[in-house]
Design a protein around this ligand. Structure first.
Ligand SMILES: Cc1ncc(COP(=O)(O)O)c(C=O)c1O
Length: 393
């Protein structure tokens, strides 16, 4: 291994939201909780990115910036190389994050009162964004088959028929249940949405973080009609630990949809990009591949470590095997079915900060989400705290 993912880097007092004392008090009522919640990594990003950003910072002028041709080429090449999807420069828009993009997309394509399908348990800002924009959530809840999560297509077909449903927010790969959707599943979703005139927003922020036995398919790459009826969000943020840089790629092959989206961006004066994030994005996509390969290997070892640790120390707990993402979905229902109680026990007794299952909506009760993108020693300490707290129930 060329990169040292075992290095423990002190993030306290570095303005890290994940590690900030006041935030831990606000979120968990526990300043000493060891954090495994919000989705960023406790690893330094790839050296090539650090070098490029340092060089950019040394210039010393951080004025309004423009995305150069090379920025678009980096995104286009990455998308072709990693996913075999050929995209054009005109299809790529910028947004300072995918959550802001989801909000702008709702504003561009829905009116208050519209209904939007999501699949809970799912990344909680989806529900918040829908409701904050005056729309209603329609939940096509995922089904747990005892091993992994599946889509309830019968329910989806029924719900999609409602004429007030205008949008489907797909989480692909899915956070928190860590599913990589198969081509067959994606085609079924795509066809149901086409038949019912429902626009698909495919949030693929985790699409680079996919483990060896699985292959991610970019949704619009499946067929032209899907590309014309969807908007795909990708980013270097999760992949390279650049979330704070706030850069994401909103890919819209349908020029009419792009026009409507741009109206909203202009209305909100979105477009100028942080100069260092331009540099970081380009460096990540052009020079980060080897680092990513090693990162994935380390994360896979962390997954093995968690399975083994829980097997030995908390035998009735189980982490659903992650197919993608560095987020593990742990089933603790055999110990405590009341989600809020479980969350409190972990925070107060365990002094460990995890995302509570209930945060993700229906189907989350009795589960906890662990962010395992951290050095193994830290992970071990976290697991030890989890086991102690849960064994004490
Ligand atoms: C599915 C999903 N979408 C979006 C985000 C956040 O995106 P951003 O920081 O670009 O707004 C996350 C972060 O965890 C996520 O899991």
């Amino acid at each position: 291994m060329k990169y040292n993912f075992d290095e423990v880097i002190d993030r306290k007092d570095t303005n890290s939201m994940k590690w900030d004392r006041d935030t831990l008090i606000e979120m968990f009522d526990e300043p000493e909780a060891l954090p495994f919640w919000v989705a960023d990594m406790d690893f330094k990003t790839a050296p090539a990115i650090i070098e490029a950003v340092v060089k950019g910072a040394e210039h010393g002028i951080y004025g309004y910036s423009k995305r150069p041709d090379s920025y678009f080429e980096a995104i286009i090449n990455w998308t072709r190389r990693r996913f075999g999807w050929e995209i054009e420069r005109e299809w790529i828009e910028y947004c300072p994050g995918i959550v802001p993009a989801v909000n702008y997309l709702i504003q561009a394509f829905c009116i208050p009162g519209d209904k939007i399908i999501i699949q809970e348990p799912v990344y909680y800002p989806f529900r918040r964004s829908i409701e904050n924009n005056g729309c209603h959530v329609v939940n096509n809840g995922l089904k747990f088959n005892g091993e992994y999560y599946e889509i309830d297509f019968q329910d989806l077909e029924e719900k999609a028929k409602d004429p007030r449903v205008t949008m489907f927010i797909l989480c692909s790969p899915h956070n928190p249940v860590s599913r990589v959707w198969t081509k067959e599943e994606l085609i079924k979703i795509g066809n149901i949405c086409l038949e019912n005139d429902i626009l698909i927003i495919s949030d693929e922020i985790h699409n680079d973080l996919v483990y060896s036995d699985y292959k991610h398919t970019i949704f619009p790459s499946l067929k032209e009609e899907f590309a014309m009826n969807s908007i795909t969000c990708t980013a270097p943020s999760k992949t390279f630990n650049l979330a704070g840089m706030q850069a994401s790629n909103i890919i819209i092959p349908n020029s009419k949809l792009m026009e409507r989206f741009r109206v909203i961006l202009e209305k909100n004066n979105i477009g100028h990009q942080n100069p260092l994030s331009i540099i970081a994005t380009e460096a990540a996509y052009n020079h980060g591949e080897q680092w990513l390969k090693e990162l994935l290997k380390y994360l896979e070892e962390n997954i093995e470590f968690i399975h083994k640790y829980l097997g030995e120390n908390l035998p009735k707990a189980r982490m659903i095997k992650p197919q993608a993402t560095y987020l593990g979905w742990i089933d603790l229902r055999e110990y405590e079915e009341n989600g809020l109680k479980l969350e409190r026990i972990l925070a107060k007794k365990g002094k460990v900060a995890l995302d509570g299952g209930t945060w993700f909506g229906q189907g989350g009760e009795g589960f906890m989400r662990i962010n395992f993108a951290c050095p193994r020693t830290l992970l071990e300490e976290g697991l030890s705290r989890i086991c102690k707290a849960v064994n004490g129930i």
